[in-house]
Write a protein that binds this ligand. Structure first.
Ligand code: UFG
Length: 330
């Protein structure tokens, strides 16, 4: 391990955060999770200590920063549902932007100079060129994407006059679960395609809606680049090691560089589960870009990222095992 040892993970009890906490713990990092448990769960924190708190609470943040003395911060805590952000933009700007300012302010005040930010492919909006590279213009088409792009702007501005350094990781469609089914996505109101499809296959829902079949794509449905959450976790560890070795601030796309249409994902879920569940084409979902595929060459070349689970079937299988476990518990 490098010189960085104690890491604050905001949102570390949530879906992606908890998988990164697992990876950090396995590597021997000292982890402190800060999570308001609005969507996170205590059981999901496999390593380190959990502090229940909200990022709007600057006083608590100060207390935590003062007593723990972090070497780096990883910031996951955010709302993530694109169409909800269209309906409730202020909710998204407040939590994803304003609260992030509180966190960054605490970092500056308490001299924490390394920051890893959970950004999103949503910052690109509807990219002109696909696969999209990091230097494509940021033209988000929904408040969720805008809130992430605004934080990236703040991070960039801070580095101009200080030695604060960050890595911004722009996630594409994160999916799958821990292969040992200890953690996974856990939201009764989940909206993500693979989760919703699996719940339909398991009989928890009567059918799956396909949001839009008239896009300018080969089968008319949207195309996404699905990345296994453990490969994404590895990218965070590499980013942390990179910042520990005094690397400059940088932005990386995180995806496999291959896209599947909604119909292709549905077919794969049917194959993996062996269930031919009902599917209903409906109108487009507001705020959905037609296709998002990553060019992740920079992450591979500069940080040596080697994805291990670039296989949609594997991603779906790990998510299926998790969903089965969840349905046994509920
Ligand atoms: N979809 C359906 N039916 C469903 C659910 C989803 O047809 O029941 C479609 C969506 O319309 C979209 C695709 O499946 O075309 C993927 O949708 P998800 O909701 O799984 O994911 P999104 O692409 O909307 O968003 C996800 C994350 C965002 C992130 C984005 C980046 O939720 O945080 O990936 O690509 F910004």
């Amino acid at each position: 391990m490098g010189i960085t040892v104690k890491i604050l993970v905001t949102g570390g009890a949530g879906y992606i955060g908890s998988h990164v906490v697992k990876a950090l713990g396995e590597k021997g990092y000292d982890v402190v999770v800060y999570d308001n448990l609005s969507y996170g769960h205590e059981w999901a924190v496999l390593y380190g200590k959990l502090i229940k708190g909200d990022l709007s609470d600057s006083e608590l943040l100060s207390v935590v920063f003062k007593s723990e003395r972090f070497d780096a911060v990883m910031h996951f805590a955010a709302f993530v549902v694109v169409d909800e952000s269209v309906r409730e933009p202020i909710k998204y700007y407040r939590n994803n932007f304003v609260n992030t300012l509180n966190l960054i302010e605490a970092c500056i005040k308490y001299n924490v100079k390394r920051f890893i930010f959970s950004s999103s492919a949503a910052v690109y909006g509807i990219p002109e060129k696909i696969p999209v590279t990091e230097d494509a213009p940021l033209l988000p088409v929904n408040p969720y994407g805008s809130s992430k792009a605004m934080v990236e702007q703040v991070l960039k501005d801070i580095t101009v006059s200080s030695d604060f350094r960050y890595v911004s990781l722009r996630y594409f469609n994160v999916a799958g679960a821990d292969p040992l089914s200890r953690i996974g996505q856990y939201r009764a109101d989940a909206t993500h395609l693979i989760t919703v499809s699996l719940r339909t296959a398991l009989g928890k829902r009567d059918h799956l809606d396909i949001f839009g079949t008239d896009y300018d794509t080969p089968d008319g449905t949207c195309i996404r680049d699905y990345i296994h959450v453990d490969d994404l976790s590895d990218a965070h560890i590499l980013a942390l090691e990179y910042l520990s070795s005094e690397g400059r601030s940088v932005i990386y796309n995180c995806g496999y560089g291959y896209g599947y249409s909604v119909r292709e994902v549905v077919e794969k879920v049917k194959k993996v589960t062996g269930v031919d569940f009902p599917v209903r084409p409906v109108g487009r979902r507001i705020g959905d870009p037609p296709a998002l595929i990553a060019n992740s060459s920079r992450l591979k070349q500069e940080l040596g990222w080697k994805p291990k689970y670039n296989d949609l079937e594997y991603i779906i299988k790990t998510a299926l095992e998790w969903e089965k476990k969840v349905s046994r518990l509920n």
